[in-house]
Write a protein that binds this ligand. Structure first.
Ligand SMILES: [Mn+2]
Length: 380
């Protein structure tokens, strides 16, 4: 049986106030093509379908369209669990009806009494779908003492024991933070103080575990306990990551052959570092001018209208950092002190750029005096 494992679609996400819906639509087209080309038997989506519990209507339409193509046109069943970003109840709408046509949405406890069974020529494969739940929900629902995410997941998997034993091939879906996993800056913490970490050991009883939550593709504990990663880079901390979907072939014995198929975004997300001149110059021949950019300028003097200048070359600069302006290695100084020290120089730069001339010594004296007066007033 061939599985396509994906997660963390976050449909409807905004990034620095830019809607990523078009980028998401572009990448989901690729996933539909991969599903067809790879002749998969089931698609697994391990949570964070939407970015918000109440997604915008355009996000709902996009998801509707994607699963129409996967389930109805390609006739590939899909199993979806909710993640911590999803509104479990809203996602569950119509799920009992849709399960009859191959779209399985598991978004709340209690877990289905029996797993989802799909057959291939070697017999059944059991899919145990564990939606994102916090320990408090598990505690109330089952009246057990679960204080941490680890205890909650251990309990839920323990509950599945008989079902797992009844099948020769078992696959888990989960949305959680495995201990030792590598986070990025775009996951929302499940709880504070490290109580969100779950031991990979709980998943050793499954032939494959399709996980979501961490946005970088990775395995933990064993090769078959893995995160597919998100479909797009959702923070600049992910700039070096290679986003992908995971294709898993489970053989007759339940052994997995795992392959990653890269996703190519319409616009990549990159960090550019250098002086304004260097960046503007490289922009002239840059084939990917439309990428989403964080620009880190190393210039040490003040410059007017930087964003405008950059966007003439790179239209999608989303964020600007100016490490050069504040001096390096000055962690011990407050930003304010640095500003005070640097403000005369900044004014000199400003004046030069506006008038095209340097400050005369008379003018300089006036400015120095004015600054002194301002600080004197602030101190008294
Ligand atoms: Mn996520």
């Amino acid at each position: 049986m061939r599985l396509l494992h994906t997660s963390d679609w976050h449909i409807g996400r905004q990034f620095h106030n830019v809607s990523l819906l078009e980028d998401q639509s572009f990448i989901l087209d690729q996933i539909v093509s991969i599903a067809a080309d790879q002749k998969i038997d089931v698609l697994l989506l391990a949570g964070d379908v939407y970015d918000r519990s109440v997604p915008p209507s355009s996000a709902v339409s996009l998801l509707d369209d994607v699963f129409d193509r996967i389930c109805r046109h390609l006739k590939v069943p899909a199993i979806i669990i909710s993640g911590n970003h999803d509104g479990a109840e809203r996602l569950a709408f119509g799920s009992r009806q849709m399960s009859e046509s191959g779209l399985y949405i598991i978004s709340s406890l209690p877990l289905a009494q029996s797993p989802i069974i799909l057959d291939d020529q070697h017999g059944p494969v059991a899919f145990h779908a564990i939606p994102y739940v916090d320990p408090v929900t598990v505690r109330h629902r089952y009246r057990v003492e679960t204080a941490t995410h680890d205890e909650a997941i251990a309990f839920l998997i323990d509950q599945l024991g008989d079902q797992i034993a009844a099948y020769h091939r078992n696959v888990a879906l989960g949305h959680l933070f495995l201990a030792g996993g590598d986070p990025t800056e775009s996951e929302r913490p499940l709880s504070l103080g490290g109580l969100d970490k779950v031991s990979p050991d709980h998943f050793r009883g499954f032939n494959y575990s399709a996980l979501g939550h961490l946005h970088g593709p990775q395995q933990k504990g064993e090769e078959n306990i893995r995160y597919s990663g998100s479909i797009l880079k959702y923070s600049f901390s992910e700039q070096k990551q290679k986003k992908a979907v995971t294709i898993v072939e489970i053989d007759k014995e339940g052994k997995c052959n795992i392959e990653q198929i890269p996703l190519k975004p319409q616009k990549d997300l990159r960090v550019l570092e250098g002086t304004l001149d260097e960046i503007l110059r490289q922009g002239v021949t840059d084939a990917d001018k439309d990428d989403y950019l964080l620009v880190r300028l190393t210039d040490t003097h003040a410059i007017l209208d930087i964003m405008q200048k950059l966007r003439e070359v790179y239209p999608n600069v989303l964020h600007l950092e100016r490490p050069g302006l504040m001096g390096r290695g000055d962690e011990y100084k407050t930003r304010r002190e640095l500003l005070q020290k640097g403000e005369l120089n900044m004014f000199k730069d400003f004046f030069q750029q506006v008038s095209g001339e340097e400050l005369s010594s008379d003018q300089l004296t006036v400015i120095e005096k004015a600054l002194e007066e301002i600080h004197h007033k602030e101190e008294s």
